[in-house]
Design a protein around this ligand. Structure first.
Ligand SMILES: Cc1cc2nc3c(=O)[nH]c(=O)nc-3n(C[C@H](O)[C@H](O)[C@H](O)COP(=O)(O)OP(=O)(O)OC[C@H]3O[C@@H](n4cnc5c(N)ncnc54)[C@H](O)[C@@H]3O)c2cc1C
Length: 310
């Protein structure tokens, strides 16, 4: 049984009980978490995680909530939000050090102002650096891991710095899923500041024209299958505009599901299941969800990852 008093003795940051999570996600969907905590530094975070482990309590590290779907029942356990106190950006001898809570937009801006090339394609991805590292976020041919030197994590109670090779980065994934990312260091090649800013502007305009930015969403729902595009497959199956309760497969970008009218998490799950089934039946391609499902029973998560052939 968790003791709130003990948590308060460990953590000087904000603590909330039964905190609604929907406003903390880009989908604006999901129920509450039992306890929400903003640890103020690494020592507090490590002590909290050790205590949660001892008391067998589940925890979730929340970034900007832009790649997750939280169940309608919410999350039984503790959400740790490190956005507020772990977001420093600094540069030393050409090496950029970024805290896990830093928004990607600020990180990109920081790098571009220093004339560092290579982060501009990440502009417009609405996550934190920590979430981007876990997911190996990327766009327009680049990924966050491209110019990374190392990543600092909290792993089994100890702070460790891992080389990029040790992180197991791959398309929209890494081997860091059981760690808490604290920060990362990067060395970018030199570029022309004006040209980099112009490129960022161009990519942001392209992004805004292609994506349904006027409705809450969680970005791409499915990973692109090898050699193809999930959006094209879904569009070719005629699924654009299909509605599931308050959720709709975007008419603008078929790999986006939008929360159109107070969608429930269950509407999104229905949409995902339907898309996987139809795309598999018509093309033989198994689509794999990119978004992370939080607070769902194991069988629901398994059903969204299971082979559609079975
Ligand atoms: C409009 C829109 C456009 C998008 N475009 C792109 C795109 O072009 N490319 C792309 O790759 N993604 C894109 N995304 C998805 C998303 O923005 C990225 O995956 C982003 O990196 C997620 O970061 P986050 O901080 O929001 O993570 P969250 O959604 O908060 O979390 C995602 C996962 O990472 C874990 N996590 C978060 N922070 C940490 C941490 N510090 N330590 C350990 N685990 C952590 C969470 O527990 C969760 O499992 C888009 C999303 C939206 C809404």
């Amino acid at each position: 049984m968790l003791s709130l008093e003990h948590i308060r003795s460990i953590c000087s940051g904000e603590i909330h009980i039964s905190e609604p999570l929907a406003p903390m996600t880009s989908f604006r969907i999901g129920g509450p978490v039992d306890i929400y905590i903003e640890p103020a530094n690494t020592e507090e975070l490590a002590a909290l995680v050790a205590y949660l482990h001892e008391s067998d309590t589940a925890h979730l590290v929340l970034g900007n909530g832009s790649n997750i779907l939280i169940s309608d029942e919410g999350f039984r356990g503790v959400v740790l939000n490190i956005e507020k106190h772990f977001s420093d950006l600094s540069v030393d001898d050409g090496v950029v050090q970024a805290g896990a809570g830093a928004r990607l937009s600020k990180f990109v801006d920081f790098c571009l102002r220093l004339g560092m090339a290579g982060s501009e394609m990440l502009a417009g991805i609405p996550g934190t650096l920590g979430g981007a590292v876990i997911m190996n976020a990327g766009a327009y041919g680049g990924e966050i891991s491209d110019y990374m030197l190392d990543v600092t994590v909290l792993r089994e109670g100890s702070v460790r710095t891992l080389t990029t090779q040790e992180c197991g980065f791959r398309y929209r994934g890494s081997d860091l899923r059981r760690d808490i990312v604290l920060g990362a260091r990067f060395r970018f090649p030199e570029g022309n500041i004006d040209e980099l800013k112009a490129r960022r502007k161009e990519l942001l305009l392209k992004r805004n024209a292609a994506q349904p930015v006027q409705h809450p969403n969680a970005g791409s729902i499915f990973k692109n299958p090898e050699g193809g595009y999930a959006a094209k497959l879904i569009e070719d199956c005629g699924l654009k505009g299909t509605r599931f309760g308050g959720a709709v497969i975007s008419g603008q970008h078929a790999n986006f599901i939008v929360n159109d009218e107070g969608a429930h998490a269950s509407d999104i799950v229905d949409a995902i299941n339907h898309v996987r089934r139809v795309v598999y039946d018509r093309t033989g391609v198994e689509l794999e969800p990119e978004i992370q499902l939080i607070g769902f029973p194991d069988d629901v998560i398994a059903s969204l990852k299971r082979s559609t052939a079975s």
